[in-house]
Design a protein around this ligand. Structure first.
Ligand code: NAD
Length: 384
């Protein structure tokens, strides 16, 4: 018999940590990494990318270099999984058989079927969308006069994009964040969320909480509370859902399109498929709540799924996943950020520094020290 063939689908935070774990700790497995692009993107830095604060080359690392001799990289987008015959089918028709699959294909923007939202709103969360949004922002600020940017959704994505845009283009962009909940960043530390709002308003951002978007036309955002808001650019930061690949594959999904996984991170009813990251709906036994999509948890899930598979291949018992949300940080542009680690709250420059350290740590783990130094040296070099 040949070697056990493990396919890791997805080159994001979850897929990369799963692949790294299997390659470094595993026995002689046949390993494949499937990714829509030949790069791993630091999605946490997309708000800065969108605002033109960093170049695309600075927020990605080569998957070819990452995979190297440890396995094979297949560049192609996943169309579906066929669990019966155990194969992953790519959009081009290529079919990749597997013995075990780690499914980490992430998510996409959630538009909640709000009329006009998908047609007119620009997303942040994937490389092609972020590139397009960055180009639109660059085009917008070139023209004369201030331009109106409406950001739909005041979660962490919306808040970070607002902060980065306001920092870079204080005079050119008139930014409004529209959030349905009574406060920004629902679910985040409320004191820090208030501080984030204060910082944004100080930068000239208008914050409209308690305001629900009900429809979008080419020039206005219509809200339940008050008159329509005119815009030149609409950024859609209203939330994320699981990739359409998941439901298309016949896997058990939640209303938000994520695969229900058991405590071991296996898809319910499909024990040879592990699911990690934004593609997975995991109920935290400690809180009874579904875990939020997060890079930090995606890394933990990917690593855990890989370790469980290795335990299984070695004939040992698998271990339930125990998430550890160590903290969270939101950058607000320039020297402003808010975040917490355990019970400690941070704002301003200390928060910026901690956030940068977290990002640098991830970059070192995935890409090595040199690309990271190159990336961090670049903004300084420009300032000299
Ligand atoms: P989200 O779901 O957290 O936030 C979306 C926001 O849009 C919500 O506050 C929601 O109330 C609002 N919204 C939805 N529909 C609306 C409507 N019709 N009208 C007005 N407001 C509406 O999505 P996100 O901000 O993209 O974040 C996704 C996940 O990624 C979250 O779990 C988040 O914590 C995480 N994230 C983390 C960071 C970080 O750690 N720095 C950054 C970005 C995202």
């Amino acid at each position: 018999a040949g070697r056990t063939r493990v396919v890791v689908a997805g080159g994001g935070y979850a897929g990369l940590s799963a692949f790294g774990e299997l390659a470094d700790r595993g026995p002689r497995l046949e390993l494949l990494l499937v990714s829509a692009t030949p790069y791993h993107y630091f999605v946490t830095e997309f708000p800065a990318l969108v605002a033109g604060g960093v170049e695309e080359e600075g927020v990605r690392v080569s998957l070819r270099r990452f995979v190297a001799a440890r396995g094979r990289l297949v560049v192609g987008s996943v169309d579906r999984v066929e669990p019966g015959p155990r194969r992953l089918v790519l959009a081009g028709g290529e079919s990749l058989p597997y013995d075990y699959l780690i499914l980490a294909v992430g998510g996409e923007a959630e538009f909640f079927r709000i009329p006009g939202a998908r047609e007119h709103g620009l997303e942040v969360g994937n490389p092609a969308a972020a590139r397009q949004l960055a180009a639109r922002v660059a085009g917008l600020v070139e023209g004369g006069g201030p331009r109106r940017v409406v950001i739909a959704g005041g979660g962490l994505t919306g808040v970070e994009v607002a902060g980065e845009l306001a920092e870079r283009y204080p005079d050119r962009l008139q930014i409004t964040v529209v959030e349905a909940a009574p406060a920004l960043m629902p679910g985040f530390d409320p004191i820090l969320a208030r501080e984030a709002q204060r910082v944004l308003e100080e930068k000239g951002v208008r914050v409209r909480t308690g305001t629900k978007i009900v429809s979008v036309d080419p020039a206005h955002v219509h809200v339940e509370q008050g008159p329509a808001l005119p815009y030149d650019l609409l950024v859609w930061a209203g939330g994320v859902r699981g990739s359409p690949v998941l439901a298309r594959s016949g896997l058990p999904v939640t209303p938000r399109g994520r695969v229900k996984v058991d405590p071991l991170l296996r898809a319910e009813g499909f024990p040879e498929i592990y699911v990690a990251g934004d593609a997975a709906s995991f109920t935290d036994p400690a809180t009874g709540q579904e875990l939020p999509p997060s890079a930090q948890l995606a890394v933990q899930m990917g690593r855990h799924a890989a370790r469980n598979l290795l335990r299984r291949l070695a004939g040992r018992d698998e271990v339930p996943f125990q998430p550890r949300l160590l903290g969270a940080f939101a950058t607000l542009g320039g020297r402003e950020a808010v975040g917490y680690v355990g019970a400690g709250r941070f704002t301003g420059l200390p928060a910026v520094v901690i956030k940068r350290l977290i990002e640098a740590h991830h970059a070192v783990e995935t890409g090595g020290l040199i690309p990271v130094l190159a990336r961090y040296a670049r903004p300084w070099a420009r300032r000299l």
